[in-house]
Write a protein that binds this ligand. Structure first.
Ligand SMILES: Nc1ncnc2c1ncn2[C@@H]1O[C@H](COP(=O)(O)OP(=O)(O)OP(=O)(O)O)[C@@H](O)[C@H]1O
Length: 714
């Protein structure tokens, strides 16, 4: 239960409310046993034919009579012992002395007990029965009225108990979720992608819910039920503690059963939670990729996948149910054995009229039938909370399993540290350098994702990073904002190793626009303003204009207040990319990383955006990952050609065309495709990158042969 204890620890700030809830539970428990105790006077009224005053007077007289008998017995035994003392010291005398001493102890005991009962009855008469009516039926009505008042008061305290427990539980969950989120969001991209979104979601929702039910049960039933059992136990002890002890004999056996059950329960709960996570995964994949599912008519496949996952969960859940179902009867059998033992002993005492079972003295006076019945009621009342507690155990085990899953992630320390005391990066003055960088997503893989990459980019330069799919372009640039750290080698800005730099200052330097736009289900305004804390509406609009997004936003119903939908789903792919670009522009970063950011943008907009970008990238160091090689000569000062995780060549477009065979091939393949696409009847579409008449750069044109940009020429 170590993990669940940690979850419970989140309630510590609310201990005062918790203490108040315990107090309420205590009042409820006391009133509960008081109500049960009303059975005894009612039975007495019915069976004895006397009113309560007569009954108590008789009881007091009886106790006093017994005390007198005991006193005489004690005096007699004392005298006998004194007489023995005067006799010669023989073994016979010693034997008799021992026997008299034992009798004397018993008689003194009985005398004390009768004195105590005498005192209790006197107290009861003075405090309570004196005020009761003498008529028997009226007395019964009084008792019923008192029970009713107790029930109402108990109900009020029950309400406060439940309400306080609910408050503390939800507050605990609130703090746990916040703290969990804070810890998880600090973790590295690598750690988070290893965990997977669906699993994270399951841990934040289903698992915290499970912890919540555990916490609720702990502060609710685990406190209230034992308190009820304890008050009834105390009442049963008050009647006859020796008989009550026979009831307790079964406790070690019950504990053993609970221990075994708990172990099985914990295991089963963990497995059920894992299956639930798997189900979340399928749900998320299916509904977030619903177009693919429907487009490829894979509904049946998804249905089968879901059914399988659902079945696995159902099996694990069934196991949980079975263990749970076993606990209740097992505990009930044990409780019945315990009650049976105590009751059997009690019945023997009533039937035989004796106070002994064998050599054991079980009570200080013979048990009456009414007393035994009241005793039984209290025992049954202990059994009820115990039975309820058995199901609590399964909930707590579920909460332990869920807590274990939560703290497994919670405790994971980020490998990429914030370096609060590291050098702050305010600007890029000289250069950004990748120095012998090696990196692998999978450390055991034969070939690393990045293999000894060295690249030095001057401040203010625009560098296009090109190469085939999967050659490591995105990975290389992900090292810059430290989404990952290189396994060996270093990335440096103006000679400062990024591993040692102040992380937040580094990330504030950088603006990233990716193909996967990563927008939020909020207004357009909020999505763009996400790029800069405290951005004004005017700044947002200016950034949108620069990203060529203003016009379509204005046309949209609601304008800047229009909702983007989940992941920007209310907007087209190109519109999303423009909003993402506006967000990066608003950030006004020193270093701009554009990762295929125009992949979904139409040719006209692309041309416009490139025009705008030419202005925007001035004075910034820009990395541009693109497969649209025709844009390279126009925007980029230099080109890094990558292949299989290595930088094959680095230079101007013209230099690479002249000396880098793979680059030339790649470039020419784009030109060939462009020529085909432009041919009459080729079914040219606007989305084809080279089909538009306003291609920024076309080979064969005068621009194709001259150095592509002014900066390059410079
Ligand atoms: N999270 C990841 N876990 C494991 N492998 C990954 C991960 N991300 C990328 N890879 C692998 O690393 C290699 C480089 O990926 P990267 O995304 O950097 O390529 P890229 O050059 O940007 O490709 P593309 O042009 O297709 O976007 C690929 O082989 C890819 O499969």
């Amino acid at each position: 239960m170590r993990n669940f204890r940690r979850s419970v620890w989140f309630s510590w700030p609310y201990r005062q409310r918790l203490a108040a809830s315990v107090f309420c539970a205590l009042v409820v428990a006391v009133l509960w046993s008081v109500n049960l105790g009303a059975i005894y006077p009612v039975l007495k009224l019915l069976s004895s034919g006397k009113n309560l005053q007569q009954w108590i007077d008789e009881e007091i007289a009886e106790q006093q009579k017994l005390r007198e008998i005991d006193a005489k017995e004690v005096a007699k035994l004392n005298f006998a012992l004194a007489t023995l003392e005067s006799r010669p010291d023989t073994p016979e005398r010693e034997k008799q002395k021992r026997s008299y001493s034992a009798d004397l102890a018993r008689a003194t005991d009985a005398q004390d007990s009768h004195a105590s009962w005498d005192y209790r009855y006197q107290w009861l008469r003075a405090k309570l029965i004196r005020h009761m009516p003498t008529d028997r039926f009226e007395t019964f009505l009084w008792i019923m009225a008192a029970v009713l008042v107790c029930v109402v008061v108990k109900g009020v305290f029950e309400f406060f108990h439940e309400s306080l427990v609910g408050w503390v539980t939800n507050r605990t969950l609130f703090d746990l979720r916040n703290s969990f989120f804070r810890r998880v969001v600090r973790q590295d991209v690598r750690q988070l992608s290893a965990a997977g979104t669906n699993d994270l979601m399951a841990r934040f929702t289903n698992d915290t819910e499970q912890v919540g039910s555990g916490v609720k049960v702990l502060y609710g039933r685990v406190i209230a039920e034992p308190l009820k059992a304890v008050t009834c136990f105390a009442a049963a002890c008050f009647i006859c503690w020796q008989l009550t002890l026979t009831f307790v004999v079964v406790v070690p056996l019950a504990l053993y059963v609970l221990m075994r059950v708990s172990k099985a329960m914990r295991k089963a709960a963990k497995k059920a939670l894992q299956r639930m996570s798997a189900m979340y995964k399928i749900l998320n994949e299916t509904f977030s990729g619903i177009r693919a599912v429907k487009g490829f008519t894979r509904e049946a496949h998804e249905r089968r996948r879901f059914r399988q996952a659902n079945y696995e969960f159902y099996r694990k859940a069934l196991r949980l149910v079975n263990i749970d179902a076993f606990t209740n009867p097992a505990i009930e059998v044990l409780v019945v054995i315990a009650v049976g033992l105590a009751l059997g002993a009690g019945v023997y005492l009533v039937v035989s009229g004796s106070m002994y079972i064998g050599i054991f003295r079980m009570c200080s006076q013979p048990l009456s039938f009414e007393t035994l019945l009241q005793f039984y009621v209290f025992l049954a009342a202990i059994a009820d909370p115990v039975r309820k507690l058995s199901s609590v155990y399964t909930k707590l085990q579920g909460a332990e399993a869920a807590s274990a899953r939560i703290f497994e992630l919670y405790d994971r320390e980020p490998t990429i540290r914030g370096n609060a005391d590291g050098p702050r990066l305010i600007t890029v003055k000289k250069r950004i350098e990748f120095r012998h960088v090696c990196f692998a997503y999978n450390p055991t893989a034969d070939t690393p994702t990045l293999d000894n990459v060295s690249l030095t980019v001057k401040a203010g330069e625009t560098v296009a990073v090109v190469g085939g799919n999967g050659c490591g372009k995105t990975t290389l640039l992900a090292l810059l904002p430290r989404f990952f750290d290189p396994d060996s080698g270093a990335v440096l800005i103006d000679g400062v190793n990024l591993r040692t730099a102040h992380l937040r200052s580094l990330r504030k330097l950088i603006g990233v626009v990716t193909q996967d736009t990563q927008l939020f289900d909020d207004t357009v305004l909020a999505n763009i303003a996400y790029g800069k804390r405290g951005a004004t509406r005017e700044e947002v609009i200016a950034a949108a204009k620069e990203a060529r997004a203003h016009d379509f936003i204005e046309k949209k119903e609601g304008g800047y207040e229009a909702l983007m939908g989940t992941a920007g789903s209310n907007f087209s792919g190109g519109e999303r990319q423009k909003v993402a670009l506006a967000r990066a522009i608003l950030r006004n970063p020193q270093v701009l990383i554009l990762d295929e950011f125009t992949s979904a943008i139409d040719m006209q907009s692309e041309v416009d955006i490139h025009d705008a970008l030419k202005q925007f990238v001035k004075g910034r160091t820009t990395f541009l990952i693109t497969h649209k090689l025709h844009t390279v000569p126009e925007i980029a000062d230099r080109v890094a050609m990558m292949e299989s995780g290595r930088v094959l060549d680095f230079g101007t477009h013209a230099e690479l065309l002249a000396r880098c065979e793979p680059y030339r091939r790649l470039f020419e393949s784009v030109q060939m495709w462009k020529t085909d696409a432009a041919a009459p009847g080729s079914g040219t579409k606007e989305s084809a990158p080279l089909a538009d008449a306003r291609v920024p750069f076309a080979p064969g044109s005068p621009e194709g042969t001259k150095p592509p940009t002014q900066r390059d020429a410079a």
